[in-house]
Write a protein that binds this ligand. Sequence first.
Ligand code: ASP
Length: 351
Amino acid sequence: MSDRKRKDKVLLIYTGGTIGMVQDESGALQPFAMERIYDALPLLHRTNYIIDSCQLERIIDSSNMTPEFWVDIANIIEKRYDDYDGFVVLHGTDTMAYTASALSFMFKNLTKPIVLTGSQLPLGMLRSDGRENIICALEIASSQHMLIPEVTIFFESHLYRGNRSTKVSAENFDAFSSFNYPSLAKAGIKISYKPNLFLPVPTGELKVRKAFDRRIAVLKLFPGITPSVVQSIVCIPNLQGLIIETFGSGNAPTEPWFIEALQDALDKGIIVFNVTQCKAGAVQMRQYQASCDMDRIGVIGGHDITIEAAVTKLMYLLGNFPDDKDKVRDRLSKSLRGEISTDIHEDCEDL
Ligand code: ASP
């Protein structure tokens, strides 16, 4: 077949989540097998691109997501990378932003779209948002109109950069948002793309890195937090990384016991990463006195990173540089896949 006539091909990968769920006898929602997606959506046979499908060996509620599943998804895509123009991953909404972030770091020099989507209502239900989400995600991944060389999330008319996205609603159809980066496309009567916001198409060879180090913790600060809570986290055996979810532009208590606990962590070689609890805006160390001590002792500022991207980036960097904490620290401050707004866009060859 000549290249002009060749139909685009998309691989649809089902991982679980509400989109493919049915009710069991007790009324609880449970995942079911992939073939049902075609029963629920016969329209899929009418698209003008070819859709193949597969599913993870074990389909899950995404609350059970782990780095091992990220590797399973990446393996499927890597093995069939040359055979398809794009990939759609059907995923539960609860941890979709984590998976999208993790995949964005794993795939260096990505030149094909990987679009994650899911739904708030099961596909089998009359008012399901899943139909629209899947069809738009497939169209975007089929690259018919525009090549988006990124891992993205499509949900309720918006296409977001995956590592900028956050689940914001447990009930509305527009369940996701991207507070610190505009959406890459909007689906109305037509899908309107904003190519000036896409990552540039890379020229290097695709590399897929699959190492993650799970030995991290997230400590969310709150007024009244006690020394024993902070110290008990710092004392976790073999902890390698600690994300502190701070107030506002990266602020934390200035009390000596708090800074001493962080100093203890740093002395043990634990990387301490400062990520704001605010949905929009960025950590700016030294803007207030309440972040000066952290900056002085070597806590790393997370800029405007989401917590989902922070968790996965830290696991990814620790997994890939197990013996080089300086590199982990250095790369945390740089944008690897457009996950933070910074002028530092050095190409980190090793990542
Ligand atoms: N608990 C489900 C999941 O994340 C919710 C959903 O799919 O929206 O797998």
